[in-house]
Ligand binder design. Sequence first.
Ligand code: ADP
Length: 251
Amino acid sequence: MIQFDRVVKKFGDHVVLRELDFSVKPGEFVTLIGPSGSGKTTILRLLMTLETADDGTIQVGGEYLSHMERGGKLVPADERHLRNQRKRIGMVFQQFNLFPNMKVLQNVTEAPVRALGLSKAEAEQRARELLEMVGLSDKIDAHPMQLSGGQQQRVAIARALAMRPQVLLLDEVTSALDPELVAGVLAVLKEIARTTDITFLCVTHEMQFAQDVSDRVMMFDQGQVIEDAPPEQLFTQPAHERTRSFLHAVI
Ligand code: ADP
């Protein structure tokens, strides 16, 4: 579902991704761990087409993301191609980024109506189902600032799902939350991962969550994946010294 081939990303002279290769299968839940500043968010931003790779290719669901095929050659994608690719990929951010002046229900219906062309009635029905799934049926008429951080994050999750993404990217989704609100958000994500065929790529410092929910965990350092293993293996018997010292520092 996701494939990076020899992806290079630099900021000025600083090489953040060095010929990065990895792939994620359909329906898999893959977590990226690694030190701060190692490039994890950059990987997600490339998938959101918020950044462009300097070299290499990225495919999602067998289609090139920032390239398209023209006359048997790969050329940079035009805006229309990018727009279509973006529809397949959702993201939930550390800061929930809800529309503050819209009620909860409208936060969830806005994009499907505008970008997918759903009727208001269809979008509302789907939004109600999703808000029930994240435990917020009683908050549909609230404004974001009337909600706790955990509730806002659950609205953001419902909003991402309303676009019916094939891939959902999670970037430190609990980092901005008070500790007592973290478990509710993680429980919702775990349930979505269990009950849908969405492919997840997750960046988190919640090692217990990573261990509970991931099919695979990738340890990322200095622009490359240095270890890639099921969580029960990576967390208990890391093969790489760098993984061992990282886990020792964060757990
Ligand atoms: P992580 O998510 O692992 O903490 P990031 O992907 O956010 O790491 O950042 C990787 C590196 O790239 C860092 O050194 C960061 O300072 C740098 N970086 C990220 N975005 C930019 C940018 N827009 N301009 C310049 N440097 C950037």
